[in-house]
Write a protein that binds this ligand. Structure first.
Ligand code: IMP
Ligand code: MG
Length: 206
């Protein structure tokens, strides 16, 4: 606690929960590039998504399936913007052989606890890049007999080659195809706690 107190001493309006400032330690990190999405932009968009989902799922509350680990912060914020008696469950999958390059191999590391039969399932993803992870997840969950299945992804990387097969019901932001970190997104398990979303510029760690 001593460190935090020193960092924000004399700045009572600023701090990790003010929404208007970000810890200066991130600004000094040479591995981080420009802010792609600010805390305020993310919060505003998450609120809009929550309203849309609340409207669309009225009378048929969804089961939100969070894809760990990257979606954990987005899911926590989104769920609180949905005014329905929803259910939550988590899956963990691994799609990356190395820190920043897709391997094409998707493994289920943790499966769902809840049975999907008859449920309105909404997959909550952090980011769609090649689409491999999502394609695999959709097929896997569709085979379990949900009443409906839709996808909400906070970020979608603009693709050179379009991905017409992937219908996304809800998208937070379309971003450039750069490697980004923060708001749950990591590089080698770091930067998940960065409050905004920034470009990671340091190249691929091994
Ligand atoms: P895809 O299978 O290529 O669509 O990759 C999706 C998964 O890769 C995401 O759920 C992330 O875990 C990870 N990923 C893709 N792009 C990024 C990025 O820019 N930053 C951090 N993780 C990413
Ligand atoms: Mg990841």
């Amino acid at each position: 606690m001593g460190d935090l107190k020193g960092e924000w001493a004399g700045r009572p309006d600023e701090g990790p929960h003010s929404g208007s400032s970000v810890l200066s330690v991130w600004d000094k990190d040479p591995a981080l590039g420009r802010v792609v999405l600010s805390v305020e932009q993310i919060a505003a968009r998450v609120a809009e998504l929550g309203q849309a989902i609340t409207k669309d799922y009225a009378g048929r509350p969804p089961l939100l399936v969070g894809v760990l680990k990257g979606a954990f912060i987005f899911l926590a914020d989104l769920a609180r913007q949905i005014q329905l008696p929803l259910e939550l469950d988590f899956m963990a999958v691994s799609s990356y052989g190395t820190a920043t390059k897709t391997s094409g191999v998707v493994r289920i590391l943790k499966d769902l606890d809840i049975d999907l039969t008859g449920r309105h399932v909404l997959i909550v993803e952090d980011i769609l890049d090649s689409g491999l992870t999502l394609t695999y997840l959709r097929n896997s969950l569709l085979a379990r007999g949900p009443e409906s299945l839709a996808v909400c992804s906070l970020l979608v990387k603009r693709a050179v080659v379009p991905r017409p097969d992937l219908e996304l019901a809800y998208v937070g932001f379309d971003i450039e195809p750069e490697f980004v970190v923060g708001y749950g997104l990591d590089v080698a398990e770091r930067y998940r706690n960065l409050p905004d979303i920034r470009v990671y510029t340091a190249g691929e760690p091994t």
